[in-house]
Design a binder for this molecule. Sequence first.
Ligand code: HEM
Length: 346
Amino acid sequence: MASLMVEPTTKMLDQWAALINSGYPEIDVEREITTTAGEIIARTSFGLSYQNGNKVFEKLRAMQITLFNSNRYVGVPFSKWMCPKKNLEAKRLGKEIDQLLLSIIDARKKSLDIGTSPQKDLLGLLMEGSLVDGRSGKSLTARELVDECKTFFFGGHETTALALTWTLLLLAMYPDWQNQLRDEIKQVIGDGEIDFTKLADLKKMGWVMKEVLRLYSPAPNAQRQAREDIKVDDLVIPNGTNIWIDVVAMHHDPTLWGDDVNEFKPERFKDDHLYGGCKHKMGFLPFGFGGRMCVGKNLTMMEYKVIVTLMLTRFSFSLSSNYRHSPSILLSLRPRYGLPLLVKPL
Ligand code: HEM
């Protein structure tokens, strides 16, 4: 799968080089990386061509923006009547996305039925699991496959793109870490093509990723519902209550992390690589927890390392004076005004 990530990233970096050559060294890397991550998740999820993937991607993005204003009412009784116009628009977009995905699944089923081997992407693996006696069977319905595809697509591209975006912001602010990662890449990967089996040895890059996810968690909250009355000190949370767990607040709590909680210190993950020295084992939750923990965690770590390696071996990054720091929650935690950076070829 890692190889599917190299081509879209290289294409993006080539475009950056062309822009810089024509006198535009300032690039809004957030927008660029989000598009590339969308292309990567489309390829790794359902092997889509860029064109098809892009259509689904654009509609999902429109749906996300439409839903933004109404999402705070999730779980509130009768909430669908609070923003009727937006809900109708989201429903329409949802139908169009379903149609696009259903046509992809249908084409795949037809090719499975004539004996073509399943494609090695996430949809291919799901459909392989649905084969009965070598023919497409009934264990996962087309509807269920559509829902799985949407979850991968929705959950899988923006979060990763934002992890990369916030990383570039922090690396632009801390050029010493940029250099440390470049040195590590040289030692572990060398100058040639990426040997994917070596990605796990990019230790410092792993610390940087975790520290970025701590400071700017792309998924700023996790949701749960109380299945029984729960007592927390003097407070009782009644059975059935919808709970939003504020991950950003936990990641910035000095009682959990110490007085340097707001500082960028990737080395806090050096000796305690799972919890970064946090005083509570549930204090670091960028991927959620328990049975609903993110299923894309390993895929995203691979993608992160591939993309950061490719970016840092070609360019250096510094802050543009046009950058306005305003992290804001639009379902995910994103830079409200994008991330314009000055990009320089090495
Ligand atoms: C930096 C990148 C990512 C972050 C920060 C992230 C974060 C999260 C979080 C917080 C949850 C909710 C967990 C919970 O409620 O306990 C989640 C769920 C999920 N994520 Fe991710 N994710 C990332 C990348 C991905 C990728 C690349 C994929 C796709 C392959 C993916 C697929 C999913 C799915 C399918 C779920 C739902 C799991 C379930 O409900 O059983 N995620 N993710």
